[in-house]
Design a protein around this ligand. Sequence first.
Ligand code: MRU
Ligand code: ZN
Length: 205
Amino acid sequence: MTATTFAEAQAWIVSVGRWLDGKGWAPATSGNYSARLDDGSFAVTVSGRHKGRLTPDDVMRVDAAGASLDGKKPSAETALHLALYTLFPECGAVLHSHSAANVGLSRAAYAGSYSFAGHEMLKALPGNPTHDASVAIPIVDNSQDMAVIEAAIAPRLLAPGAAPAYLIRGHGLYGWGKDMAEAERVIEAVEWMIAAELAERSFRG
Ligand SMILES: CSC[C@@H](O)[C@@H](O)C(=O)COP(=O)(O)O
Ligand SMILES: [Zn+2]
């Protein structure tokens, strides 16, 4: 875990929103981002803001139960972020992207997971030293009840060798890391492998 101050987290989150929006992975007001703070609370994006146009005021603090510490309204998906911090004490940052490609993959006819095999990009995932591997990203059904999503995904994330990412069907991708840089790398690597698999399918016809 890399603890951080609220001011540092505000700066990181504003910057990550611009980066993800620039990639086309945060359309409309989609996506949400968070970081674990050194006082045991969490920085998270305010609900409903355009993530490519965040200012530091659009990043707020919640306690470990998700209660607002500054009167602002936290992301509707705050509970999913907090579940990851609880499951993984070393987790320092969580990101959520809404790319067309990740939504398309999760809506296609894949069952409970999608496996990436043989990609050099697998080495961007923590603890993965080789392309010669197959990494399954779990897919869970969407719900407006975060407790339902959390209950479906938590046991799968605790499986040995599980990747620090999962897809919510028709919705988006969650990825996390020990700090914001690692979380960015996970999201970028998974989004890139989805795009590469799509490109491969179009070449093969
Ligand atoms: C049309 S925006 C998608 C939202 O419903 C949600 O999935 C999302 O990612 C952003 O919600 P937010 O409450 O701003 O964190
Ligand atoms: Zn979302």
